[in-house]
Design a protein around this ligand. Structure first.
Ligand SMILES: [Zn+2]
Length: 250
């Protein structure tokens, strides 16, 4: 039997995956009043397990340097999984921390985690993470999205499609080789893409074996998750985040 895994959506693409023995925190940044430094520190204080910070890329809505500060290095221990663009722009002190850097299409083997990076359609990486102790497999997209902007030319729109499908095909092949199904995936559902907001999430669900899809990257437009759930009609797999916070166990 699989142990219980607690997933919390904090805001935008910042999510927490908590197993019996550790916590993985993705794409922490601050945007008051929705996600503040104080609120995140408070949350970390309540954690009595080691924390692994993951950063998919250095954009302001996915990364804050504050995570390298002493306040965020909680007693139970921290380590950092960083995309190569973040490492490049970070202060020298980061080299003193337990930090690992991944460019797209690399892998990292830690005692408890196997991490594979995939590309992004914007900047940095996306992460396939296997927790070897708790036997859970999941994916965080970062900014890997089907960016079909209405303002783009047909050629640009086609290129966005090609780029997105290429990475998802890579992910599909990797899962096929492992003969594995994702327990859950965090995938952008961005309302700024207007009627195309769910292109990536729909394609992901159609292509990738995944038990639950948790929408990300919609700031405080929580209703977009409801709209997607209604449109997709797959209540078993599509998660709605009605008030910004979502916690479940898998
Ligand atoms: Zn973003």
């Amino acid at each position: 039997m699989k142990p219980l895994i607690k997933i919390s959506h904090l805001y935008h693409s910042c999510v927490v995956v908590e197993t019996d023995r550790s916590v993985m925190l993705f794409d922490a940044f601050f945007e008051p009043p929705h996600l503040t430094r104080e609120a995140l520190l408070e949350k970390l204080e309540m954690i009595s397990k080691p924390v692994t910070y993951f950063v998919t890329h250095g954009h302001g809505d996915h990364f804050t340097r504050d995570i390298f500060e002493r306040d965020f290095q909680i007693k139970t221990g921290v380590r950092y999984i960083l995309s190569s663009d973040v490492t490049e722009m970070s202060d020298p002190e980061v080299s003193l921390l337990e930090a690992y850097t991944l460019a797209p299409h690399e892998s990292l083997e830690l005692e408890d985690l196997s991490i594979q990076s995939f590309g992004s359609t914007d900047q940095g990486v996306s992460y396939l993470v296997q927790d070897k102790v708790d036997n859970v497999l999941f994916f965080h997209s970062g900014d890997l999205n089907w960016w079909h902007w209405n303002s783009f030319s047909p050629e640009e729109q086609e290129q966005e499609k090609i780029d997105y499908l290429r990475e998802i095909t890579e992910l599909r092949k990797t899962l096929e080789r492992k003969n594995s199904t994702l327990d859950f995936a965090f995938v952008p559902v961005d309302p700024r893409l207007e009627e195309h907001f769910a292109l990536a999430a729909n394609y992901f669900l159609d292509t990738i074996p995944v038990k639950k899809l948790i929408p990300i990257h919609f700031r405080d437009h929580f209703s977009v998750t409801e709209a997607f759930k209604e449109q997709r009609k797959d209540p078993e797999r599509v998660i709605e985040i009605p008030h910004g916070h979502y916690t479940t166990t898998v």
